[in-house]
Design a protein around this ligand. Structure first.
Ligand code: CTP
Length: 464
């Protein structure tokens, strides 16, 4: 707070001198009280957007239009980003995906229409008077999410707030008030009017939070998950009467927790959205592929492939970027591959294929595969972990020898065309893939042997 004090004081004085009210509101007040630092500050003001612009131009280093129709002007002052929004009395038009805005006339009115009491506290400026009409401070102390008006009003204004409740549970370690939980369960289907992009952005914040499990449980328990990511509640399979297989839902949450613990192994050090999504979704193909055998045992053949297709479909529907969709899909598809490694029986070719198929996701695949081992049997867990160490060592050794990561055939496209006497076209690609396959299978061939292999492949192609 002391760090930002000069800026907020100056801003308050400018507005006061012009006969307008302004207050620091929402997230920054909540975070300051929780001792969390942030570089963006939100303000609510009686001034209309054009007045705000006039009052801060010349003082702020930059001023821009965030959403004039919604009353929001952005500004940069020193290293801080400010968003200044005209008092709102916001109502959600049930037929529209965009909130319809009526400007309001008081700070208390503005705070009343906010999502939760912990986000409905303000610091009036320049007096620095703490304004907390809905008991936000008390709720913050007891880490409780309650709405300023009724939960129905808050969620009716913007159904996305139901997801925000789960996000705050995951991010800030809050519990949702029973009335909030009940309204979430009752109003879950209203999330339908919210755009996929807004839903995605909240899910991303939730998944990247310190305790995603808490938020995800709340989504599943209230039925909201059914609306936004139905593959997750579907994991709650009934156990067979012999309890022979683990609860896939609980297992998936545990794998997510373990992946978070292992994230420090990634080059970025985490938090990593792709590996977390892959951990959460790696088994979503199980419900569809479950078969009971006559002896009472259960199988999930091809749940990796089926799950990969399901993950791709869901993440696309949620408008994740192509790169994110493909990365998660690849990981889900490959999460079982290591189990064919046994106690180290893979040939070098199999190890090369593992590296090639994982491509840029190799480090994440290491994390996911290790996280997926959730057995309570310590000896078994240690053995699996050692076996994976062994595989990683082999990968390191092989890639040192062969620069596996940049696996290319022994001849370039131009060389292939020269040797075969052909011009550019699909045949060059076919030849290239053939040589790459040989390179993967046998390691580096050298140019002379690659040339012989190419010619013999070419000949066999010519023979009908
Ligand atoms: N808000 C709201 N309803 C929403 C979104 C936001 O009432 N659907 C209000 C809350 O008062 C919130 C403030 O607008 O504190 C700013 O919103 P946002 O920046 O999305 O959230 P923060 O609470 O600031 O949290 P964070 O920055 O961590 O996302």
């Amino acid at each position: 707070m002391l760090r930002i004090a000069p800026v907020v004081d100056e801003l308050g004085e400018r507005f006061q001198a012009a006969g307008e009210e302004i207050a620091l509101v929402g997230g920054p007040v909540r975070d300051a009280l929780m001792g969390r630092r942030r570089a963006d500050l939100d303000f609510a003001t009686s001034a209309l957007p054009e007045v705000t612009e006039r009052l801060i131009s010349g003082w702020a280093s930059a001023v821009w239009d965030v959403g004039r129709d919604f009353g929001t002007i952005g500004a940069r002052v020193g290293d801080l980003d400010l968003q200044i929004t005209t008092y709102r009395s916001e109502a959600y038009d049930a037929n529209s995906r965009k909130p319809a805005v009526d400007f309001g006339d008081s700070l208390t009115g503005d705070l009343a229409r906010r999502d939760f009491t912990v986000n409905a506290m303000a610091l009036a400026l320049p007096s620095r008077e703490f304004v907390d009409p809905y008991g936000g401070l008390e709720d913050l102390a007891s880490r409780m999410l309650r709405t300023p008006l009724t939960p129905e009003q808050s969620f009716g204004d913007d159904p996305l707030r139901m997801l925000r409740a789960a996000r705050f549970a995951a991010q800030l370690d809050f519990d949702a008030d029973p009335a909030v939980v009940e309204a979430m369960a009752r109003m879950a289907d209203r999330i339908e009017i919210v755009s996929a992009e807004r839903v995605r952005d909240e899910l991303v914040k939730l998944v990247l939070a310190p305790q995603p499990r808490r938020g995800l449980r709340l989504l599943v328990d209230t039925g909201l998950a059914e609306q936004v990511i139905p593959e997750l509640p579907a994991l709650r399979l009934e156990r067979d009467e012999h309890h022979r297989h683990k609860d896939v839902y609980e297992h998936s949450l545990t794998v997510l927790d373990r992946a978070i613990e292992l994230e420090s192994r990634l080059p970025s050090g985490g938090p990593d959205l792709v590996v977390r999504l892959a951990a959460l979704l790696h088994d979503i193909g199980k419900p569809r592929t479950r078969r009971f055998l006559p002896d009472g045992s259960v199988t999930f053949y091809h749940h990796d492939m089926v799950g990969a297709a399901m993950a791709r479909k869901r993440l696309r529907a949620l408008r994740f970027s192509n790169d994110q969709v493909e990365a998660v899909t690849r990981l889900v598809e490959l999460h079982l591959r290591f189990h064919g490694y046994g106690s180290g029986e893979w040939t070098d070719a199999a190890v090369r294929r593992y590296v090639r198929d994982a491509g840029a996701e190799l480090e994440r695949l290491h994390v996911l595969t290790r996280a997926d081992c959730t057995t309570r049997n310590r000896r078994k867990a240690e053995l699996l972990s050692r076996t994976y160490d062994h595989l990683e060592e082999r990968i390191a050794r092989l890639s040192e020898q062969e620069e596996l990561a940049a696996l290319r055939p022994d001849l370039s496209g131009t060389q292939i065309m020269e040797i075969l006497g052909i011009g550019p076209g699909p045949l060059v690609g076919e030849a290239y893939r053939h040589l790459l396959e040989l390179r993967t299978e046998h390691g580096p061939l050298g140019e002379a042997r690659a040339q012989r292999e190419l010619l013999s492949w070419w000949q066999s192609r010519q023979v009908p």
